[in-house]
Design a protein around this ligand. Structure first.
Ligand SMILES: Cc1cc2nc3c(=O)[nH]c(=O)nc-3n(C[C@H](O)[C@H](O)[C@H](O)COP(=O)(O)OP(=O)(O)OC[C@H]3O[C@@H](n4cnc5c(N)ncnc54)[C@H](O)[C@@H]3O)c2cc1C
Length: 387
């Protein structure tokens, strides 16, 4: 028999392999048995966040002095991959750790870092980032949410939608216009803290009903004269928000790409096993040439995807990942994820359409990957601008 030597991830170390084992075991043990219930209630249990914090799975790339694990993006990537392997699409840990924490870490003042990061690392605070509005998503310069300075406070008015962790979040990084006359230059990021007993003028809307990721609390948020201290502005001054977003979005896109790679591999492993087990016309489904060729093609593409993703992670770890390359990873890997998961579902026949099979769940969860984090059309636009 021919042996396929698995691709060895270039940036993997023994320590990261231990983290991968530990985090996979955590998601298998703490998440898998609850996924159906979480999907029904449209959110993970709030205590799950605290448990993830206790075992060090929150803010893994935040320095230890701020309560994090002192790791790098590689640590976040390993955790994201473990979560995807366990088919957990409910937990918004990546938004919290690999995205929100980095706005505070990179642009926040020392007192902001000390105030929010340790509690984010422990799970005491759940974080969200609110950019998208009912009227605008791709065109971020066009947001209407307004933050007006009044004395030593900002007064925020506006509505946000599709916000991951929207139901459970305790702090939200809100993209708002501090100058409505300006486009990108008028955007600022401001942290809104929501105490357990609520905040005047702040309301959570409904948790939105999605075709997949049903256990993820994606929600609307409303701000009606919400007052926050002026010191909650992220950055040196007003109008820096758009640049901060542009600098951080490549990491968000890489997180999405890492998920794609993990889901492709999990879908393939499950489908290879299924087609070797199921028979039709007196033989294993796997023995039909169509099955073999589809799986051979998918395995090749999934391997190319992983190699490119590893290349991007290496460059990101070296501080050299540019935005167009991150956009390439986001659009191409999510596109391949959709194609491969669809082929894998087809090879399951009718069972592939039944939610009790992981491939059906993966199919429903996968579709959004081409949409959030910047749509794949916007990714191509960003790449084209660099040509
Ligand atoms: C499950 C989920 C979770 C999300 N989580 C968050 C979150 O936590 N925080 C947050 O802020 N947002 C979040 N989003 C929002 C997400 O980022 C947006 O949906 C996305 O950016 C697209 O914006 P839109 O929905 O307004 O689509 P639109 O911008 O209205 O786009 C509609 C279509 O037009 C295309 N289009 C738009 N402009 C161009 C162009 N210039 N060239 C070519 N085509 C174009 C788009 O590609 C798309 O196909 C989430 C969305 C989902 C579904």
């Amino acid at each position: 028999m021919l042996t396929l030597t698995p691709h060895r991830t270039s940036w993997m170390t023994d320590e990261l392999e231990d983290l991968a084992d530990m985090s996979l075991a955590f998601f298998e043990r703490e998440s898998k048995p609850n996924q159906k219930r979480w999907a029904e209630q449209q959110h993970v249990d709030r205590e799950f966040w605290n448990r993830a914090g206790e075992v060090g799975l929150l803010c893994a790339s935040v320095p230890e002095e701020y309560g994090g694990a002192g790791g790098s993006f590689a640590h976040e990537a390993v955790i994201v991959e473990s979560q995807a392997k366990a088919y957990d699409s409910a937990f918004g840990g990546a938004v919290h750790s690999a995205i929100c924490a980095h706005y505070i870490l990179n642009y926040g003042s020392e007192s902001q870092r000390e105030r929010w990061l340790p509690r984010m690392a422990s799970g005491e605070l759940v974080a969200a980032i609110a950019m998208t509005e009912p009227g605008t998503g791709s065109d971020l310069q066009g947001i209407k949410t307004r933050a007006r300075r009044e004395g030593d406070e900002y007064v925020i008015d506006g509505a946000k939608t599709f916000i991951s962790n929207g139901l459970l979040c305790d702090i939200v990084i809100v993209a708002a216009k501090t100058d409505t006359e300006l486009g990108a230059g008028g955007v600022s990021l401001i942290v809104v803290e929501i105490p357990p007993d609520g905040l005047e003028g702040f309301e959570r809307g409904r948790v939105l009903e999605k075709i997949g990721m049903k256990g993820q609390d994606t929600a609307e948020l409303f701000f009606d004269g919400v007052r926050v201290p002026a010191g909650n502005l992220i950055g040196q001054g007003e109008g820096e928000g758009f640049i901060q977003l542009m600098q951080q979005l490549p990491q968000e896109r890489l997180v999405i790409a890492v998920t794609s790679v993990a889901v492709m591999d999990a879908a393939l492993d499950g489908t290879i096993a299924y087609t070797k087990d199921r028979t039709a016309f007196g033989r294993e489904i796997f023995k039909f040439q169509n099955t073999r060729f589809k799986l051979a093609e998918a395995k090749t593409e999934a391997t190319i995807a992983r190699v490119f993703c590893d290349h991007c992670i290496e460059r990101h770890l070296a501080g050299e990942l540019d935005a167009p390359t991150a956009s390439m990873a986001k659009w191409w890997l999510t596109q391949k994820q959709c194609e491969i998961v669809d082929e894998c579902l087809q090879l399951h026949g009718g069972y592939g359409y039944m939610l009790e099979y992981p491939i059906a769940q993966a199919y429903a969860d996968t579709r959004v990957q081409k949409i959030y984090g910047g749509t794949n059309e916007i990714m191509k636009e960003l790449i084209a601008r660099s040509l």
